[in-house]
Structures are given as structure tokens and as C-alpha cells.
Design a protein around this ligand. Structure first.
Ligand code: DGP
Length: 113
């Protein structure tokens, strides 16, 4: 997708601090961390929100969700972590390429969920 920053990161056109990569997904550290550990799990295929997702993309999202516990282990998030998937502008979504925030490395409290 032209002009999509996460497509460019996934294609290696823009550098990122990569944590994990395979043919379906890329996990890299967020440029504006909201917790001690803050990564983004990004499916390589472009879709903006869950509402746009087709069956093949849903399979990729499933692979992402199944891989995240392993990635959390690699990141040392043994005490737990929080996943956030912002959907649309009211949720504060700023990059319209679906991504899963992985937050942890500290006590996240109970304020947001
Ligand atoms: P969201 O608000 O859910 O759309 O989150 C987008 C996140 O993406 C936000 O936390 C900042 C991060 N981000 C935006 N541009 C870049 C970038 O170029 N590199 C990295 N590593 N993160 C980015």
C-alpha cells in the first residue's frame, strides 16, 4: 500500500528496531513507547481495521495472536502484558495499517481495562 508507513517498515524501506520477523508479520519497538516495553505486531499484508479484514488476513491475524506469547517470552514479559488494537479515530488510531500494541515490562495498573 503506497504511503503506508507500516508497509514501508515491513518492506524494509524504513528502518525499525525489529524484535521478530517471519513471512506473515513483523514485530518492532514503538517509536513513542507508552511502557517500558512497547512493541507493535504488524501483519505484512495491508488492511486498516478489522472491518476491512478478509479471510486470508484473518488467518494472518490468527498467526500473529498465536505467536505473541512466544514474543512476549523473548521480551521477558513474564509478569504479563497488555494487547491493544486501536480501531478508528475515536480510539486514537493514527496508523491505518492494523497493528497490535504489546505493552509490558512494568505494572500497567488497572486504569485502562
Ligand atoms: P495507533 O495510535 O494505534 O495507530 O499507534 C500507532 C503507533 O505507531 C504509535 O504508538 C507510534 C507508532 N509509530 C508511528 N510511526 C512509527 C515509525 O515510523 N516507527 C515506529 N517504530 N513506530 C511508529
Amino acid at each position: 500500500m503506497e504511503n503506508c508507513i507500516f508497509c514501508k517498515i515491513a518492506a524494509g524501506e524504513i528502518p525499525s528496531d525489529k524484535v521478530y520477523e517471519d513471512e506473515d508479520m513483523l514485530v518492532f519497538r514503538d517509536i513513542r513507547p507508552q511502557a517500558k516495553v512497547h512493541c507493535l505486531c504488524v501483519p505484512k499484508t495491508h488492511f486498516a481495521t478489522l472491518a476491512e479484514m478478509d479471510g486470508a488476513q484473518a488467518e494472518v491475524l490468527k498467526k500473529c495472536l498465536m505467536k505473541i506469547p512466544d514474543i512476549a517470552g523473548r521480551l521477558g514479559l513474564d509478569g504479563g502484558y497488555r494487547l491493544i488494537v486501536n480501531q478508528g479515530k475515536d480510539a486514537g488510531q493514527t496508523v491505518f495499517h492494523l497493528h497490535i500494541h504489546i505493552l509490558g515490562g512494568q505494572d500497567l495498573g488497572e486504569k485502562l481495562l
